[in-house]
Design a protein around this ligand. Structure first.
Ligand SMILES: [Zn+2]
Length: 124
């Protein structure tokens, strides 16, 4: 049974999200793929021999303004982007919980006897 919360008290999910965000610096969406590549030199062995392909390279793929964007990352950048993607996913996970809790609070509030318009206006 849901309890009525004082307005100043945060929902547990809101508190968790704020605490998590306070600990984070970078956050970004996307995926890191590790892949090898062929180069532009027509005579290079990489075109014939799969084991002679260049790399492996870490490639960060994400959607920006509806289009896929790829960036090749250095080892240091890969580490930072990996952490940033982890942060982003944590924010999304906590945000989804906050949404569910908000929905629950709002909809359970409907089941209580609604105050009349007069009563609401008289509180001004
Ligand atoms: Zn090559």
């Amino acid at each position: 049974m849901p309890t009525r919360r004082p307005a100043r008290r945060l929902l547990p999910a809101a508190r968790r999200l704020r605490a998590a965000v306070a600990r984070m610096d970078l956050a970004c969406a996307g995926t890191i793929y590790v892949r090898t590549r062929t180069c532009g030199k027509r005579t290079c062995r990489c075109h014939e021999d799969p084991s002679a392909r260049h790399g492996p390279y870490a490639e960060w793929t994400r959607v920006r303004e509806g289009r896929l964007v790829h960036s090749t990352l250095s080892a240091e950048q890969t580490e930072r982007v990996t952490a940033a993607i982890g942060n982003y996913r944590e924010i999304r996970r906590l945000l989804a919980r906050w949404e569910r809790e908000t929905e629950e609070v709002i909809l359970s509030g409907r089941r209580r006897k609604p105050r009349s318009v007069k009563q609401i206006n008289s509180r001004k």
